[in-house]
Design a protein around this ligand. Structure first.
Ligand code: ATP
Ligand code: MG
Length: 583
């Protein structure tokens, strides 16, 4: 036991975790057993909407709150599973009446309002494909994704329609309908009011036979490393959601679960819609944006027990020097999980100190559809590690050979490509309109993730960096995460983004962009101090040689540091696709 590791004992848990023995659970797991947890359609097929809503509405949970919605201005609305069954049936009937056929794409562009969540399930009921867009995109990224995704219907709100959709409508000849989720009246025969349509629709809908391999969701990636890719998922992906909901989010019947991710990103659909509901758990949705006081109050007032959030939010909370457990009653909170970016060890420890709970990091991608590697509630946390592969998931570190084959790296602590054995249900089925790129992601029976990592003696995975971000300096390979995490340990540093800057002598020079915590000012002195601090922590080969202060680092709208942009700007190169860049 390393002194930095965080170990939990069974009697410390408010609720007994679903998984107590990792090795045992991993060994005994089968996907067949997960399959038996599902109800299935009366016709024998499998549809997410039925498993998420209808089956609970048909049983003892009918009256239980499925969606607890918190409005921007303090409104609060609860929808039971029975309510959701009727509302989503109505919307499925709306789409059916409009003649939207199986497999056709319905895009969503909306803030987090109840109508959005009702629509997503309704779309799946009618066997259409959900294509979520992030509501803060501008017209160009919206157009580009809708064109690439063959949009037939767009669901949006009046304000977004006026501002972002009208300017691009002419370029979307295949788009048949726009439905305004907050529209009271139809605008025209193609621009329709959600409430008007819903008032005329029947509240019963029989989901037609759905093949488990039918396409359910088309998600665009975050665009951190380049042009966003359209990732195709199928109904059966929810097997992974069920498994990870049980073991990673440790969902229990009485949980109040809050996922802060927007459904414009995969975490917001996989874990902000599907997972809690297939477990029949109350799902809290907050329409508001990040605000530390609002968030702590929500955790308190809604008695949140399981909280799924992201490193960017945690770092923002860390920036503020506060004592949340003294100011708020967070006694119901029993588990915090985080995904999206590497979680610095500093953040894990901050959770322990300030929230009385460590933050559990987990790793996955839009392509994997669900969580693959995680720190489980009952298992020892090694801060800085992403954890271990979930039951049913075979991960490995592989080396790509020149002849197009791969070799698994069996030696511990040796870096390589983080790869997953194909065969788990939520692995993506295609990159839309890009078979070549899709095919290139697979070597033999491995899916190559594009991230580099290593595995320690006990099978814990440690993130090194994205393959594209790796720095080659004086013959060493340096992962930006390691350098960023070391800098974050300095009291002045709020965030750090590290790149390799081309250098004639040493190949690439390690350069860090740093934003400071409140109360610290940029200065030459602080620069020198940070360089010295880095050297002490990392050694001179790996430590940053240059530091530049920036008030805010460029990030994707989902909160990921865009190192490629830091690098392009540093080198005066074109910035490439910036559609997901945060304002
Ligand atoms: P694009 O593929 O368009 O460049 P993206 O990879 O950021 O964008 P996502 O699928 O949303 O799009 O993000 C997945 C990636 O996020 C992972 O491949 C990994 O690089 C990073 N990531 C997610 N979770 C973690 C984590 N816990 N630790 C380290 N990295 C993570
Ligand atoms: Mg990616």
């Amino acid at each position: 036991m390393n002194e930095k590791w965080i170990e939990k004992k069974v009697d410390e848990f408010l609720v007994t975790p679903n998984l107590l023995e990792y090795d045992d659970a991993y060994k005994k797991f089968t996907w067949e057993n997960v399959a038996s947890e599902f109800d299935g359609l009366p016709s024998g097929g499998l549809n997410i909407a039925h498993e998420a809503i209808d089956r609970h509405a048909n049983g003892v949970s009918a009256g239980k709150t499925a969606l607890l919605w918190l409005g921007q201005n303090g409104e609060r609305k609860a929808y039971s599973f029975a309510d959701m069954k009727i509302e989503t049936a109505k919307f499925a009937n709306v789409l059916k009446t409009l003649g939207i056929l199986k497999g056709e794409r319905v895009f969503t562009l909306s803030s987090r309002i109840p109508e959005l969540y009702i629509s997503v399930i309704g779309i799946l009921k009618n066997q259409n494909v959900v294509c979520p867009l992030f509501s803060q995109f501008g017209p160009e990224p919206i157009l580009q994704r809708m064109q690439r995704g063959d949009a037939k219907v767009l669901l949006t709100t009046k304000k977004l329609y006026d501002k972002k959709v009208i300017p691009i409508l002419d370029e979307l000849p295949e788009l048949r309908f726009v439905i305004l989720l907050d529209g009271d009246e139809h605008y025209s025969k193609n621009v329709l009011s959600f409430s008007r349509l819903m008032n005329e629709a029947s509240g019963t809908f029989e989901i037609p036979y759905t093949d488990p391999e039918d396409m359910s969701i088309l998600h665009f990636t975050s665009g951190t490393t380049g042009m966003p890719k359209g990732v195709v998922h199928v109904h059966k992906a929810m097997y992974t959601h069920w498994m990870s909901g049980k073991y990673v989010l440790d969902l229990h019947f009485d949980d109040n679960y809050w996922c802060t991710a927007d459904p414009g990103w995969v975490t917001g659909t996989s874990y902000g819609i599907i997972t809690p509901w297939i477990h029949g758990v109350t799902n809290i949705v907050d329409e508001g944006e990040f605000d530390a006081a609002r968030w702590y109050k929500t955790l308190q007032d809604e008695k949140v027990s399981v909280w799924y959030t992201a490193p960017t939010a945690i770092r923002r909370l860390m920036r503020i020097d506060s004592e949340p457990t003294k100011e708020y009653d967070l006694s119901h909170l029993r588990l915090i999980q985080s995904v999206g970016e590497p979680l610095n060890p500093e953040a894990v420890v901050w959770g322990e100190q300030k929230l009385n709970l460590p933050i559990h990091d987990n790793w996955w991608q839009t392509e994997t559809g669900g969580i693959m590697i995680a720190n489980l509630i009952s298992q020892t946390i090694r801060p800085g590690s992403m954890g271990r592969p979930l039951p049913g998931i075979e991960a490995g570190i592989v080396h790509q050979n020149d002849d197009g084959t791969v070799t698994e790296v069996t030696e511990p602590n040796k870096e390589g490509d983080l790869a997953l054995k194909v065969g788990f249900p939520s692995l993506f089925r295609a990159y839309l309109h890009n078979k070549e790129k899709y095919d290139k992601s697979f070597v033999g029976d491995w899916y190559i993730s594009g991230d580099l990592a290593y595995k320690d003696e006990d099978g814990y995975y440690w993130f090194v960096g994205r393959a594209d971000d790796i720095i080659k300096t004086s013959g060493h390979m340096v992962g930006p995460f390691e350098v960023e995490s070391a800098l974050m340990e300095h009291p002045a540093v709020a965030e750090a983004g590290v790149i390799g800057k081309p250098d004639e002598m040493i190949g690439q020079l390690v350069k860090a962009f740093v934003s400071l915590k409140a109360g610290y000012e940029p200065s030459e002195e602080l620069k020198h101090e940070l360089i010295g601090f880095g050297r002490k922590k990392l050694g001179s080969a790996v430590a940053p040689k240059e530091i530049e202060f920036q008030e805010n680092l460029p990030k994707t709208r989902s909160g990921k540091i865009m190192r490629r942009l830091l690098k392009a700007r540093e080198m005066g190169l074109p910035e490439g696709d910036t559609s997901t860049l945060e304002d």
